[in-house]
Write a protein that binds this ligand. Structure first.
Ligand SMILES: [Zn+2]
Length: 480
């Protein structure tokens, strides 16, 4: 073998290998071109996922719903939502998005959208008829060859825009500021919440005992600080899709302006009440000095206690537990309902609060009678009220007894009208021995004067409620 021959053979091998390499590269390039071409021609975003989510059974005056769309490959390009009735429609939502380019596997895109929308009556002003269709459409990116994949969903729902019909059955509804009243009414079965709205307060209506289907009554109160009740007191009904009826219904509104009063806060008084209330109320922050602690008890704790009483009122029994006039503890009236008090310390105004009860002073540790028959729902220490008892008389009406030295009933006890429930004292925010007495409707204090007056109960409540209340102005066998 010569060396030259070997070299030729080697050169041949190199050429052959070069040829093989070139072919491989060409092949790979071809594959790449086909691949890219395929991508460019066929890589769409795929049909998007699209959902219409709705909780309400029908379209009402304001109907919230949610649209969820996703297209994870190249992202969404368009999203449209419209409300349609036959061939007329209103666009509810419309948006376009930049998709990911056909060749890109990363980079920005809108792969998912979840939007909360609302069909508002104002957006469909002339709509009539019984149904309305909500339609949504989502698109993703297409290619030269293939058009954009599109998803559509539609939901046809009943259209309900008429507010529930309410009609007042009672005559002579006379309500006074800080007082109570009752209204009997009928309401359409579509109503899911109805009663009396008084500013921020709401008094629920209950089926009238012994009444017909659709007959309701509402025992309500006018807030002691509301002086425009003729306008602000409303009979209210709301249905399951948000249609609302809110109508004036009082035949007469009686203003009872506040009485004003000022109370001088002395060091001696604060030294007496502040430490003992703080000790019993661990959740109240110690402000470090007597006056600030007093103010926080008088304002923050008073507010918390008021909120507690509103919560407590929800435990009411749906039954009239009383049938006779309310009794007043025999005592001297020291302070009456809805006094607007200014608190003075060393001649300076330090606080302002409303006194929402009657202060009744008798002998020390006098026996406290239950104002009427009912069920004890609270008997414990309660902030500014000290030892206190709350009796539920049914349908939101409750009585509060405060500053007691002794409690002789327990929650759950059924009490008789006039039954001794404990003794007066000076616990909580009180200087001398007395009973602080309040009646409340759904937790809102009302003047007890009305309830101590059997004529008032007869005229305002018994005439409207009839057998449902079963009111007797006196006990059987009792003479006037
Ligand atoms: Zn009081």
């Amino acid at each position: 073998m010569t060396r030259a021959y070997t070299m030729r053979l080697d050169a041949y091998a190199v050429r052959r290998n070069q040829g093989r390499g070139r072919r491989r590269i060409t092949f790979l390039l071809l594959l790449l071109i086909i691949g890219l071409g395929g991508l460019v021609l066929f890589r769409t975003g795929g049909t998007p996922e699209l959902r219409l989510v709705m909780d309400l059974p029908a379209i009402g005056p304001k109907t919230p719903f949610r649209v969820v769309a996703s297209s994870p490959r190249r992202g969404l390009t368009e999203l449209r939502v419209r409300a349609r009735q036959k061939d007329k429609y209103v666009m509810v939502y419309e948006a376009t998005y930049e998709p990911r380019p056909v060749w890109a596997f990363w980079g920005p895109m809108t792969s998912q959208m979840a939007i909360d929308l609302e069909i508002d009556r104002a957006k469909i002003p002339n709509v009539r008829g019984k149904v309305l269709t909500l339609e949504a459409e989502a698109k993703t990116a297409g290619t030269f060859l293939l058009k954009s994949p599109t998803a559509t969903v539609a939901k046809t729902l009943p259209l309900r825009l008429r507010p529930p019909r309410v009609s007042v059955q009672s005559a002579s509804i006379f309500a006074a500021q800080g007082g109570a009243e009752v209204v009997v009414y009928t309401v359409a079965s579509s109503a899911i919440r109805h009663g009396v709205q008084a500013g921020d307060w709401f008094f629920p209506g209950y089926p009238l005992p012994g009444g017909r289907e659709g007959d309701y009554f509402c025992l309500f109160a006018v807030p002691y600080d509301m002086d425009n009740g003729d306008e602000a007191m409303r009979l209210y009904a709301e249905d399951d899709v948000g249609n609302i009826t809110s109508a004036r219904f009082l035949d007469k509104f009686i203003r009872r302006p506040f009485k004003t009063d000022s109370i001088t806060v002395s060091d001696r008084f604060m030294q007496l009440v502040v430490p003992r209330i703080l000790a019993k109320t661990p959740e109240l922050e110690d402000k470090g000095d007597l006056l600030n602690n007093y103010i926080s008890i008088n304002s923050e704790l008073r507010q918390k206690n008021a909120e507690f009483l509103v919560e407590l009122s929800k435990k009411t029994t749906k039954k009239f537990l009383w049938h006779l006039p309310f009794v007043q503890m025999p005592a001297k009236v020291v302070s009456s309902f809805a006094d607007r008090r200014t608190y003075l310390y060393k001649g300076k105004k330090v606080d302002k609060q409303d006194h929402l009860g009657f202060d009744l002073a008798s002998v020390r540790r006098a026996e406290i009678p239950a104002a009427n028959a009912g069920r004890v729902i609270f008997a414990d220490y309660l902030g500014i009220y000290g030892n206190a008892v709350v009796i539920d008389h049914g349908f939101g009406l409750q009585s509060l007894y405060a500053h007691m030295s002794k409690i002789s009933v327990q929650p759950g006890d059924e009490v008789e009208r006039g039954q001794t429930i404990g003794r007066t004292g000076a616990t909580g925010l009180a200087l001398g021995d007395h009973l602080h007495f309040t009646l409340m409707i759904s937790g809102l204090p009302v003047t007890p004067i009305e309830w101590w007056d059997s004529h008032w109960i007869h005229d305002r409540l018994a005439l409207k409620l009839g057998d449902a209340l079963g009111f007797k102005s006196k006990e059987r066998g009792q003479s006037r």
